[in-house]
Write a protein that binds this ligand. Structure first.
Ligand code: AMP
Ligand code: MN
Ligand code: MN
Ligand code: MN
Length: 284
């Protein structure tokens, strides 16, 4: 039986709801053999995650999911097998987190205009790591206060792109993100490409620029993709010579399409991003 490898997940250190150790325990309970925590723009959960994985006898790959602006839209680049102590990576992520704080103030101003008072303080009550405030924390506040009936509705009405309280942000450049990840000894992977609302031309521009910068992989099997998209991005991985990754993008129990480790295997035709790190017979 092939190894169950899940290289994309979130903890309370960004916009997930479980602690890193709780995510580790859930991954192991779901049969995951090798796991990566990949919090948004943040590596502070990795030492707890690594220790928890060791205690559980589960393999661990340190990860991060970096917010990038490319062609005017947000793209997520996952860095795998990174050294979180790398100074350039740490400084770059710290700067992105500051941008999140400034954005959050503006989101709260927009929400106040829409009749949602004190949203900054409200969102902060859902934040575990004061360095990392996300739109998801605003969504949880809106839901808790009865302004919306679901997190999805919070995005559809207020927080999603071009909705009433959407504040555009300039994240890192693609060049910076790939450079930080590679400089920290890691592999850069385009996260959930099926989620971006690019034209085919813009998507090709992203894939080509990413390749030219030294990006190595693309997520093919992810919680954000439909089975048709597994096939579509498998073909594109082969076209561009990218390795392929598999990750649930788990945030919270019962949220999202799939739970930790609960996706199909990568198609056999692809080279997995973990090939140099994990041998098939080699259980942790
Ligand atoms: P941010 O990085 O703060 O802009 O927030 C983006 C995060 O919001 C993503 O990583 C998802 O976890 C979440 N998200 C984005 N769109 C939606 C949506 N339509 N419904 C629920 N969560 C979403
Ligand atoms: Mn998220
Ligand atoms: Mn993402
Ligand atoms: Mn993610």
């Amino acid at each position: 039986m092939s190894l169950n490898i899940d290289l994309h997940s979130h903890s309370r250190q960004s916009d997930g709801v479980l602690s890193p150790a709780e995510v580790a325990a859930r991954a192991q309970a779901n049969g995951v053999d090798w796991w990566a925590l990949s919090d948004h723009d943040e590596t502070s959960g990795l030492s707890e995650a690594a220790q928890a994985a060791r205690d559980l006898g589960m393999g661990f790959i340190p990860g991060v999911e970096i917010s990038v602006t490319f062609c005017g839209k947000t793209v997520h680049i996952v860095g795998l097998n990174i050294d979180p102590d790398n100074a350039d990576l740490a400084a770059g992520l710290a700067e992105i987190r500051l941008g999140r704080f400034d954005r959050a103030k503006l989101v709260a101003e927009r929400l106040a205009e829409c009749g949602v008072a004190d949203a900054f303080e409200g969102a902060l009550r859902h934040v575990d790591n004061p360095d990392l405030i996300s739109r998801v924390h605003f969504a949880r506040h809106l839901l808790e206060q009865g302004h919306v009936k679901s997190l999805q509705q919070a995005f559809d009405r207020y927080l999603g792109e071009n909705k009433r309280a959407f504040v555009p942000t300039q994240w890192a450049s693609l060049e910076q993100a790939v450079g930080w990840i590679r400089g920290a000894g890691g592999k850069a992977v385009i996260a959930h490409p099926g989620r971006y609302k690019y034209t085919p031309q813009q998507r090709d521009a992203l894939f080509q620029a990413f390749k030219d910068l030294g990006g190595q992989g693309v997520e093919v099997v992810t919680g954000s993709h439909t089975p048709a998209q597994y096939e579509q991005y498998a073909r594109l991985a082969l076209t561009y010579g990218f390795q392929a990754s598999r990750g649930s993008d788990f945030h919270a129990p019962g949220v999202g399409r799939v739970d930790l480790g609960r996706m199909p295997d990568l198609p056999d035709s692809l080279v997995p991003v973990w090939r140099d790190w994990i041998q098939e017979e080699h259980r942790p």
